[in-house]
Design a protein around this ligand. Structure first.
Ligand code: AOF
Ligand code: ZN
Length: 362
């Protein structure tokens, strides 16, 4: 096997942690000696062993003189786990090949320096782009301390998210909708507006065996959510946060009785989204799947809070001036004022297309 294949294997291992490591990164590690893999591991769950220590735990023979391929710079601090750099040195590993750099201020280059000081050879930035792709959420959250926000919507070829009478079941195929459900497992929280709750009475959970459901966040300025809605009635089972501008205290108490966390974050009579996102970050929510309607989507974009956009494009045309589109609000006048993204990926899903965009890094 070649160097590249070892790192690809480490990436594949890292992905097995999807949905379980938040707010920590996905990390994979492979230990190689004499052209053979002698140990493998990945970060399986938040708070548990790091990838490197898992790989060392699974060693089939001594790692004296071996090379470790790790998708992220090994840590050198005491957190929930002791430093991986020490475990690497103690195992007698002689070379460390690293994919991503760790922007965590507690690590950020110190891991590499520690290893070199121990006489261990370190190669940095090997397949960095591929490794970085594992952790856009972690990189954003550890630096910005607020969640990475992924806006998702399904639309027709003419950019409609419903017919003029509001019908949207279903725009995309079953296959696309299954992918969306998988996304719900991948991100820590899901966010929708009160409009969606009033219209569809959704559960906003993940209906796939063995997958976990996201924390549900509803933006509801006037606290209109019906106590008998499915969201409220299932709040003891699925953590639920309702953000409002002004809460009538009696309604707030009723919601809290049902297990809902009510957050009052007001700015000029509406939910202060910036503040809300900050509070959610403090609550360790590292990522949010935004399934808003046009109004919430526009507000989030206007506040520059959206990091990634997934468009599921269906081969249908609805037409109709009054048919809703994914981003509403009052819009802009000049093209130069557009919110810009770059195309990160195109994927064909049967007859639908999934387009992934990322925010332009200024
Ligand atoms: C992980 N898993 O495989 C690696 C991590 O609080 P701790 O001890 O779990 O440390 C978390 C930090 O450790 C994390 O922010 C990242 O900088 C570093 N590396 N973390 O959870 C891993 N290698
Ligand atoms: Zn570590």
């Amino acid at each position: 096997m070649q160097k590249k294949e070892y790192m690809l294997r480490a990436i594949e291992l890292a992905k097995q942690g999807v949905g379980w490591t938040s707010p920590n990164p996905l990390v994979g590690a492979v230990i190689v000696k004499d052209g053979r893999i002698i140990g493998e591991g990945y970060h399986e769950k938040y708070g548990e062993l790091h990838a490197e220590r898992n790989a060392i735990k699974h060693l089939k023979e001594s790692a004296e003189g071996a090379t470790i391929y790790v998708t992220l710079e090994p840590c050198c601090h005491y957190g929930k786990q002791p430093p991986c750099t020490e475990a690497i040195a103690e195992a007698g590993i002689k070379k460390v090949v690293i994919g991503s750099r760790d922007p965590n201020p507690l690590v950020a280059g110190k891991g590499v320096r520690f290893l070199r000081a121990q006489g261990i050879e370190v190669e940095e930035d090997f397949m960095r782009e591929e490794c970085d792709e594992l952790n856009p959420v972690f990189f954003h959250f550890i630096q910005m301390k607020r969640p990475y926000i992924v806006m998702k919507y399904a639309m027709t070829m003419d950019g409609k998210i419903a017919t003029k009478t509001g019908k949207s079941k279903w725009i995309t195929s079953e296959q696309s909708r299954k992918i969306v459900h998988e996304m719900r497992d991948q991100y820590t929280a899901i966010m929708a507006g009160i409009g969606t709750v009033l219209k569809d009475d959704p559960m906003l959970n993940t209906r796939i065996e063995g997958k976990k459901s996201p924390i549900r966040i509803i933006c509801d300025s006037k606290l209109q959510i019906p106590l008998e809605s499915k969201i409220c009635q299932s709040a003891k089972e699925y953590p639920t946060i309702i953000a409002c501008a002004d809460a009538e205290q009696e309604k707030k108490a009723d919601l809290e009785m049902l297990g809902v966390q009510v957050l009052e974050v007001s700015k000029e009579g509406r939910v202060d989204l910036k503040k809300l996102i900050e509070i959610l970050g403090e609550q360790k929510i590292d990522s949010i799947l935004l399934e808003g309607g046009g109004t919430l989507n526009e507000s989030m974009l206007r506040e520059n809070l959206v990091n990634e956009v997934h468009v599921f494009l269906a081969p249908k045309i609805f037409g109709g001036k009054g048919a809703p589109s994914p981003v509403e609000g009052c819009g802009i006048c000049e093209v130069k004022d557009a919110k810009e993204f770059y195309l990160q990926d195109i994927r064909k899903i049967g007859e639908d297309v999934q387009l992934t965009y990322r925010k332009e890094v200024p």
